[in-house]
Design a binder for this molecule. Structure first.
Ligand SMILES: NC(=O)c1ccc[n+]([C@@H]2O[C@H](COP(=O)([O-])OP(=O)(O)OC[C@H]3O[C@@H](n4cnc5c(N)ncnc54)[C@H](OP(=O)(O)O)[C@@H]3O)[C@@H](O)[C@H]2O)c1
Length: 255
């Protein structure tokens, strides 16, 4: 049974691998046997992560990547492919957030969130799919969306909108690329403490929100591993076009 979850012989790219969920996903995929390509803008952090993965006998490689820049996305895939071969698995994880009331959102902030969370996911997935289709190879793409793509919280209009959009984008890609054996699914995490939300989670409003999560706590990063490996590996070979929630029951909290 464990063989179905093995990623031995696969190459996986994780975007936004310099911190938080992405940094953790790189460890998880390497531990399951994949060669892992870590992409983000903060190169020093990526190089440290590569050394840490190598220290536990994993195989990893870092690429400079700005998901908002089509040239950077193409260059990152070309560099990764030259070093590690075709990318079979992509964890489309890079993301950002900006706070503030909807009517006061600055256009620059709006644009940065849309460019990163939506356009970036499109650019990375399309680049990966073109290469897999040209190579005649199957693959698995995993979009990291959010429960805020399914319900809303105040002060996050741009983020909420982009996360809803990437769920629909994921389904569109799944529909178009199924004939090529490329599966595309989304994970919708609830709250996991990272640099993205540390300030909020430690605030009084954040603590009050945590008390409304049915399991009464935020998630631990390793609690994402089972779903990530299911979707990335052959264990999930009949799953495509899904958006799966992992949130301690947050979405079904009492109205
Ligand atoms: N933490 C949660 O509770 C939670 C819940 C639901 C969904 N998510 C989603 O999970 C993903 C990861 O978030 P996180 O919580 O781990 O936050 P994080 O620690 O702030 O990580 C965000 C990552 O995205 C990268 N990134 C941002 N802009 C980028 C760009 N233009 N090009 C390439 N990489 C870029 C950052 O790397 P560089 O700055 O080095 O480029 C960083 O590695 C996001 O999509 C987020 O929306 C998180």
């Amino acid at each position: 049974m464990q063989d179905r979850f093995s990623l031995a012989g696969r190459t996986a790219m994780v975007t936004g691998a310099s911190s938080g969920l992405g940094r953790h996903f790189a460890d998880t995929l390497a531990a399951a046997g994949a060669t892992v390509v870590l992409g983000a803008r903060r190169r020093r952090r990526l190089d440290e992560a590569v050394d840490q993965i190598a220290a536990v006998a994993g195989r990893a490689f870092a690429v400079d990547l700005d998901v908002t820049d089509p040239g950077s996305v193409t260059a990152a895939f070309a560099a990764a492919e030259a070093e590690c071969g075709l990318i079979d698995i992509v964890i489309n994880n890079a993301g950002t957030v900006t706070g503030g009331r909807a009517e006061e959102t600055l256009l620059d902030d709006w644009q940065m969130v849309v460019d990163t969370n939506l356009t970036g996911v499109h650019l990375v997935a399309a680049e990966a799919a073109r290469r897999l289709i040209a190579g005649g190879r199957p693959g698995s793409l995993v979009t990291i969306a959010s429960i805020l793509g399914l319900r809303v919280s105040p002060g996050n209009a741009a983020y909420n909108a982009t996360k809803a959009a990437v769920i629909q984008l994921t389904k569109s890609q799944a529909l178009e690329w199924a004939r090529h054996g490329i599966r595309v699914n989304a994970i919708c995490p609830g709250y996991f403490e990272t640099e993205l939300n540390q300030g909020f989670l430690q605030s009084e409003r954040g603590q009050a929100m945590v008390r409304r999560i049915p399991l009464r706590r935020v998630g631990r990063l390793e609690e994402l591993d089972g779903l990530l490996l299911l979707l990335a590996s052959d264990a999930g070979s009949f799953i495509t076009g899904s958006a799966m929630v992992i949130d301690g029951g947050h979405l079904c909290s009492s109205l």
